[in-house]
Design a protein around this ligand. Structure first.
Ligand SMILES: O=C(O)[C@H](O)[C@@H](O)[C@H](O)[C@H](O)COP(=O)(O)O
Length: 258
């Protein structure tokens, strides 16, 4: 049987980065509600970069049921958890230290394995398997929500242009020691994991992203990593961007609504 085609991406463009914050929070709360109503929990994957700060609209928001959140990192730099390069450190600083989320529901790297990349990636994959596989026996985990950023080179997670990992179609978690952006050692979700999520949201703001965003949305055949995020049916991809980033994009915008 043929698989239904993926839903087209929904592009929402806001006046500026600050204006993204409130709508992003409303979107996350709605996704959380639908997930909890369905299965009593909310599985979320977070990125680093500016994303943790962009989630500030969730802080102090009584609609957020933090005790139902189960958080993983889309990618992580292989550094101690209190290192400024750590995505866990950034998410803790900007978000988790300010809300009542159970610590054991935040899945960080096993720092006893920092010297062995392969073991580290395997251990993180096992954490994901513990969370997902026994429940629905799926070939790939189905996150309720994956939140991504995009680098000026079009990378997302730690999936960089031209890298061998773009072709990884089996593992859930991969590792690399040659990231073109420091630090070189990282682990990352693979495309099949990103592309099996129920909802994937890219958040991108600023005029430095203008050329890349145009290419990703208007010329996806060029194959930049961010263009390869196309959740399989019935997953839905969203882009929450600001007008500076989307200034050159032809792809149709959709007014934000829940
Ligand atoms: O080292 C990295 O891989 C980057 O820091 C990455 O994690 C970041 O999410 C993107 O580059 C987007 O960054 P901004 O969200 O800050 O634009």
């Amino acid at each position: 049987m043929a698989h239904p085609a993926p839903h087209p991406a929904i592009l929402c463009s806001f006046a500026d980065a600050d204006s993204i914050v409130e709508s992003l929070a409303a979107f996350v709360v709605q996704a959380q509600k639908e997930s909890i109503d369905k299965k009593g929990r909310f599985t979320v994957a977070l990125s680093g970069g500016s994303l943790p700060k962009m989630l500030r609209g969730l802080i102090g928001n009584p609609a957020v049921k933090w005790d139902k959140w189960h958080v993983f990192y889309v990618d992580e730099r292989v550094v101690p958890l209190d290192h400024p390069d750590s995505n866990h450190f950034s998410c803790t600083n900007h978000l988790f230290s300010k809300v009542a989320i159970p610590q054991n529901q935040i899945h960080a790297l096993d720092t006893t394995l920092l010297d062995d990349l392969e073991e580290l990636a395997d251990a993180y994959e096992k954490e994901l398997i513990r969370e997902f596989a026994q429940k629905d026996a799926a070939r790939f985990p189905v996150f309720d929500l994956v939140l991504l950023g995009m680098g000026p080179d079009g990378h997302t997670a730690s999936l960089f242009p031209g890298h061998d990992l773009l072709a990884e179609d089996d593992r859930w978690i991969a590792f690399l020691d040659d990231s073109p952006k420091p630090p070189p050692k990282r682990i990352t979700f693979t495309f099949p994991v990103l592309n099996h999520a129920a909802r994937v949201v890219f958040v991108a703001a600023g005029k430095e992203k203008v050329d890349t965003l145009r290419q990703v949305l208007d010329d996806p055949e060029a194959g930049l990593p961010a263009s390869r995020v196309r959740p399989v049916f019935p997953g839905q991809l969203y882009w929450f961007v600001d007008d500076a980033a989307s200034a050159a994009v032809q792809y149709p915008r959709t007014p934000f609504k829940l």
